[in-house]
Design a protein around this ligand. Sequence first.
Ligand SMILES: [Cu+2]
Length: 159
Amino acid sequence: MRTFFNLLKFFRRNLVILTLFFCLYFINVTPAVAANLSSDLLKQPATEIKVSLGNAANELKFEPNHLEFETGKRYNLRLTNPSQLKHYFTAKDFADAIWTQKVEAGKVEIKGAIHEVELKPGAEAEWLFVPLKSGNYSLRCPIAGHTEAGMIGEIVISN
Ligand SMILES: [Cu+2]
């Protein structure tokens, strides 16, 4: 019983420090995951998946509008816009469930978290990422009238 009280006293005295360690642990999860991924997974070739934002006939839809990914695999999502309209690839919850290595467009590479990609007419972009969290996520183009016209999609991440 005395040991228990001593332990309790120890915890109370060190609560601030313990809390701090706990916080640091969570803050460090993403960089730790990234470090693990970069060591071996990023050397693997990425599975290529193509998605067209709109089409040559200017129909307001994603082609395909259903995407499937698996956690722990590396993907290269190739986005194209063959239409004469500007479109967005917006999937915020999906973006939170993946680790983005980079987004490449033209001669530019953007590293770090990405939540939304805008493609002007004729534009192309490559999104390299590794899904981390399984779930069903929604995709849409938030330009006025586009979501309403059916420019929506579903993204499934499975384990
Ligand atoms: Cu659109």
